[in-house]
Design a protein around this ligand. Sequence first.
Ligand code: GRF
Length: 203
Amino acid sequence: MADGAAFPLGRMARLAVFASGRGSNLASLLRAFPPGGDEPLAAVRLVLSDRANAAALERAREAGVPAVHVPFGRDRVAFEARAEALLREHAIDLVCLAGFMRVLSASFVDTWLGRILNIHPSLLPAFRGLHAQRQALVADVRESGCTVHFVDAGVDTGRPIVQRRVPVLEGDDEDALAARILEQEHLAYPEAVRLVLRGEVAP
Ligand code: GRF
């Protein structure tokens, strides 16, 4: 797992998705890489959430994927130890953060370097961090979008893999812009996972 083996694997990859909320990006990954193994490149095999009531956990259970709540509490060390154990137990090859609202430690990220991705609702490096859509509106830009990127020790700083663009329209509020970007997120994440698993992009 953390031994530096490169993609492509030469077999179906086992994906884990970490999500804190509604899980619409999880849903798009479940459609692209169903747990039943209809797609030879990869299948979602584990979903983990720091929130017990995350809709993402329910979506995963409905899809028949092991769905585990791992409380974050005040102790990131305990969370990461449990997460690491689950990733090992499920022989996970690639971790997809999808609306996962916690910052992982440099050591966790280092272990998974090149095998952990995130999606962010802006055209990085613009508008890192929280409320990216609001930041775009405040900055009065004409275009925004989403970025799937490799995760490194910074927040939203890793190498971009896929970006998809949308216009910012006159009269947009945060919800309208977020919805337009989200449609593109659902295309961008599976596309980025394919590129990584085929070994076409590395951090
Ligand atoms: C998405 O906009 C994602 O880019 C951001 O959090 C949101 C998660 O949405 N990181 P969902 O839970 O995947 O529906």
